[in-house]
Design a protein around this ligand. Structure first.
Ligand code: ARG
Length: 572
């Protein structure tokens, strides 16, 4: 049950009946604890209009809409009515949520949603630049699936284009020199750098490389087999990263750029038939009024280059066509960096003009900022190369191992290893997801691995505190129900009931930090409760009731973290 919805609907309907006008969305969560639980904004204005006392009006409303016993109101400040949930109502709701595997989150009308995320370029190893798209996208699909949507993961990897020319030419050169390719390909990044260096310094190599691009595009068997070998190795590598990073993408979620090869000429033909294509400097382009470059010059979307090759734009157009026509998507979300804003705006606009995207289909770009170092500069290795994602993850686990060993030296080495994996990976992900995705963020090991503050280790640790209490209690199955007496119990109870609202607002603007903040606050409420209300030494029925509150807190924490792609452990 979504409490905010319940109150909002009841208040809005009753108020519009009284005042005659539509008063949508008047109830919202109170931002500050001292205000209580919710606030209604339209009541003051309505009372003025009706020339009645706002408090009396609010109480009358509660009575009229049958919410008596559910909540009571209080007038606060100049402009709103505070709504407090009664402890009986909260307890009754909690007792039903605790039996519900979806923790009170109501099922939604199901949409088919494609989420385009991660999408590394297979010519190189995944680097820190892929951290955000991968973590944000994966959390998004988890939340969308949790509320019941039909989600399709789309890993639009780059596996085609000019850069593969030098890679294939270099592979061929090594092969002819009798070197073992599988050994050479163990470090893709080095391999890529060596091939690019040759391309820059050796004119005849560059020439060969260019000819390999043409051979590849023409389907030359030898080239294709080298290409396949490279791609296979690269995919094996990215899957290894996904596994370590606890990402739900599998090989079947890959739909690479090359998968659209055969459709590209059809796209050109369809755009031609619709008279959208214009030839400009030998290239086939679409000019739309809304895109202007420097000096107001029309900005082209290039669909086919003068040499016949197809750029990134063409593949992306073909992908929109595939996603609407073949997959039947209602919505497509692109978790792609902010630097591709113009590119995706053009893709969507051309696709709409071409009829690939219809009015009732929503294509949205969810941009994000960059990952910076403490000094505010982009993340690079000392020699200016990108930092490999796998190295970041390994370092996170290593650092977490040191932290965990210091905190809990009594844990066996293998247990510490497992805890370090869960904490290290969780810390990296949480640092990422707890920030507003649209801005840059600073990657700082010490902050993200801290056991205090808004961090994964803090949330994971709070979870283990509850679990260890249950071990001490010696029971996991509780008979009885929640009754709320103390203020700290009520506050925790209300917070627990706000999980469904949180999931809803997380999806409003696809911001995982809404969920992170909720979990952080939930831990705060729990810890206050735990300080103020003894659990194991309490008398019945308080003892069972409190244990049940603890259990629901643990379940909510675990579920919330799982939606962020973060695991929990039983002790740390
Ligand atoms: N491969 C692209 C890159 O590395 C990201 C792909 C994003 N998705 C898309 N449909 N364009 O920048």
């Amino acid at each position: 049950m979504n409490i905010k919805h319940l109150l909002d609907k009841a208040f809005s309907e009753a108020l519009s009946k009284l005042v005659g006008s539509d008063t949508p969305g008047i109830v919202k969560q109170a931002q500050r604890e001292e205000f209580g639980h919710y606030q209604a904004n339209g009541v003051m204005a309505a009372a003025k209009k009706l020339k009645t006392n706002p408090r009396e009006l609010a109480e009358k409303l509660i009575e009229d809409i049958g919410l008596k016993g559910t909540c009571f109101t209080e007038i606060a400040g100049p402009g709103f009515v505070n709504i407090h949930l009664t402890s009986d109502f909260v307890a009754q709701q909690l007792n039903s949520v605790i039996k519900d595997s979806s923790l009170g989150v109501p099922s939604t009308e199901v949409s088919k949603i494609v989420v385009d995320y991660s999408g590394p370029n297979l010519a190189k190893e995944m680097h820190i630049g892929h951290l955000r798209s991968t973590a944000i996208g994966d959390s998004l699909v988890r939340v969308l699936e949790f509320v019941g949507h039909d989600v399709i993961r789309a890993n639009h990897v780059g596996d085609w284009g000019a850069q593969f020319g030098s890679l294939l030419a270099y592979m061929d050169q090594l092969r002819q020199a009798g070197q073992s390719l599988s050994t050479e390909l163990t470090d893709l990044e080095k391999f890529y750098q060596a091939a690019s260096a040759l391309f820059k310094s050796d004119e005849s190599f560059a020439k060969t490389a260019r000819s390999y691009v043409v051979r590849l595009q023409n389907g030359d068997n030898e080239c294709l087999s080298l290409w396949n070998q490279f791609i296979e190795e690269s995919i094996r590598h990215s899957q290894e990263v996904y596994e370590k990073f606890n990402i739900t993408l599998g090989v079947n979620d890959i739909r690479a750029e090359s998968a659209y090869n055969n459709v590209l000429p059809i796209v050109v033909q369809e755009l031609e038939e619709q008279q959208l294509l214009v030839e400009s400097e030998g290239a086939k382009c679409v000019f739309l009024d809304e895109f202007k470059g420097k000096g107001d010059k029309p900005l082209p979307a290039i669909i086919q280059k003068s040499d016949g090759g197809y750029p990134y734009m063409a593949t992306d157009l073909a992908a929109t066509r595939y996603r609407t026509q073949e997959l039947g998507a209602d919505k497509v979300l692109y978790v792609v960096g902010g630097e591709q804003l113009l590119h995706l705006r053009q893709v969507f606009a051309v696709a709409k003009a071409a009829g690939y995207i219809h009015e009732d289909q929503e294509f949205l770009h969810l941009p994000f900022g960059g990952v910076l170092k403490e000094d505010g500069l982009r993340f690079k290795t000392r020699d200016g190369a990108d930092v490999k994602l796998i190295d970041v993850l390994d370092e996170a686990i290593l650092r977490a191992f040191n932290v965990v060993s210091e905190k809990n030296p009594a844990l066996s080495e293998s247990d510490r290893g497992e805890v370090a994996r869960v904490v290290g990976i969780g810390a990296v992900k949480y640092a990422e997801l707890s920030k507003n995705r649209s801005t840059d963020y600073i990657f700082d090991w010490d902050t993200m691995l801290a056991f205090e503050g808004n961090t994964a280790p803090y949330l994971q640790y709070t979870y283990t505190r509850i679990r260890s209490m249950f071990r001490r209690a010696g029971t996991d199955s509780l008979q009885g129900s929640i009754v709320l007496g103390e203020n700290a119990e009520l506050r925790l109870g209300v917070k627990l009931l706000q999980f469904p609202e949180t999931i809803e607002s997380t999806l409003d603007d696809y911001q995982a930090n809404v969920l992170c903040n909720y979990l952080y606050e939930l831990c705060g409420f729990f810890n206050t409760f735990y300080e103020q209300c003894p659990v194991l030494i309490a008398e019945e029925p308080s003892k069972t009731s409190r244990l049940l509150l603890c259990e629901l807190t643990a379940k909510t924490l675990r579920q919330g973290l799982e939606l962020l792609g973060i695991e929990t452990v039983e002790q740390m």
